[in-house]
Write a protein that binds this ligand. Structure first.
Ligand code: SPQ
Length: 428
């Protein structure tokens, strides 16, 4: 499938952003491992989170869909999962395969877990190594540290792991395994990555504490089912925030967006680039959230690197688009993790923006963009990466001429209503 965009100014209106993908995944996982029922509101009804539900269904967990964004999980406690007859299929979801591997490592049964072509290319050595240190038995089919993975459930022991990368998926896989290990488990990261697992494990009754960039979990928690209200996903809001900033005469209000400090790097970047952004109606329930108003702005280039990178890693494709509309140079560095996402995001961002006429050079850990020159429409591939398709839809609205995005349906991974919501902002 492909979609076509042409230049559109005066984008106006409000968007209710779908639920946060990271929190939705974790609500199913913790709901399944808790005793009693967990009711989740504003759950993200998209392909990735539905893959997580299907994996738990296959292990005997009933999940009722009350509404498209309301689910009830009938938890069976920490030791209530049963062996799946078939291989567990995570589809396109890196979060599902990595977090679930932590849980499966400690079960008293064996599992096979795999996903689509993109998942089978993504590195799993980063979780196999620490989980093996805990006593796990995980083999990859081709011995290449990629899925399919074969996990023989074992008794685990706690470890103190110093992670070479700031990755919430690595940290969470270890913390989930740590719930079943003999003794405490800790993970120390170079910088703090998103902390939804830590917050939610505590919210469900687990004992977890933070000491700088080190996070420590006590095993065998008594997890109890909870009511979870998922905030809107800042990674999905990002496309509308940037659309409001880079198209002329625009004013877009994105409502109820999660602004957890481990996820809000984009807001900081927009402010530093001189963007007109306002946070309204701030509230703090399980996670902090706010309405975010963005208006057309004159932006300037900046350098983005270091500890802010894990706080905006999934927003870098749309930040690169925004940088093309900023005066001067934007440098994105320390972001080599982009190479191992759903696609090699450094390659695809650079290739597509060059096709649109941008002055952009790839580097080993990011890219350099000389902005302020108009983009022109082009035919672009999504490489089946949802964040690429959505970022270039916004680029297409701000570019001269016609932009066609091939493989546009991949937005279903995290935001099935994306094109409809975008259209709602266009003046009829
Ligand atoms: O789940 P998946 O496929 O890895 O999704 C992505 C995305 O763009 O939606 C990454 F490609 O988000 C990750 C994110 O990059 C979701 C995530 C999480 O929920 O824990 C953490 C980040 O990955 P990592 O490897 O830095 O921990």
């Amino acid at each position: 499938m492909s979609v076509i965009f042409t230049k559109a100014n005066n984008l106006k209106g409000e968007i209710d952003i779908p639920g946060d993908k990271s929190i939705s995944h974790r609500s199913v996982m913790l709901g399944a491992l808790a005793k009693g029922t967990t009711e989740v509101e504003h759950f993200l009804d998209a392909a990735d989170c539905n893959s997580t539900i299907k994996c738990f269904n296959a292990m005997g967990i009933e999940v009722e869909k009350k509404d498209e964004d309301k689910i009830i999980i009938h938890g069976k406690g920490l030791h209530g999962l049963k062996e799946s007859e078939q291989a567990l299929n995570v589809g396109n979801s890196g979060t599902t395969i990595r977090l679930l591997s932590g849980i499966l490592s400690a079960q008293d049964f064996n599992s096979r877990i795999s996903g689509d072509d993109s998942i089978c290319r993504r590195p799993m050595g980063r979780i196999i190594k620490p989980l093996t240190m805990m006593g796990a038995d995980i083999k990859s089919k081709e011995n290449n540290d990629c899925s399919p993975l074969f996990i023989n459930g074992k008794k685990l022991n706690g470890i103190d792991y110093i992670s070479p990368i700031a990755s919430a998926q690595v940290k969470s896989a270890i913390l989930f395994a740590g719930m079943y290990a003999e003794g405490e488990t800790s993970v120390t990261e170079p910088y703090i990555s998103r902390n939804h697992s830590e917050k939610m494990i505590s919210y469900f009754g687990g004992n977890i504490r933070q000491d700088g960039t080190k996070c420590i979990i006590t095993p065998y928690p008594h997890l109890e089912g909870q009511k979870v209200i998922v905030p809107g996903d800042i990674s999905s809001a990002a496309y509308f925030m940037v659309a409001g900033l880079i198209t002329e005469g625009s004013e877009i209000l994105v409502k109820n967006v999660g602004i957890n400090p481990t996820r809000d790097g984009l807001i900081e970047v927009i402010k530093e680039m001189g963007g007109d952004i306002e946070l309204l109606n701030m509230k703090d329930e399980m996670e902090p959230c706010a309405d975010i108003l963005c208006k057309s702005s004159n932006l300037k280039g900046i350098t983005i690197g270091g500890s802010i990178i894990p706080r905006l890693i999934d927003e870098i494709p749309i930040i690169a688009v925004m940088a093309c509309f900023a005066e001067g140079q934007t440098i994105i560095k320390d972001a080599q993790e982009l190479k191992v996402k759903e696609s090699n995001r450094i390659d695809v961002i650079v290739e597509n923006l060059q096709r649109m006429g941008a002055d952009i050079t790839p580097t080993d850990d990011g890219m350099i963009i000389n902005g302020g020159k108009p983009l022109k429409g082009a035919v672009l591939g999504s490489r089946h990466d949802h964040r690429v398709a959505m970022s270039f839809a916004i680029a297409g609205l701000a570019a001269e001429g016609k932009t066609e995005i091939i493989g546009s349906e991949c937005v279903n991974i995290s935001y099935p209503a994306f094109y409809r919501d975008l259209e709602s902002l266009m003046q009829k």
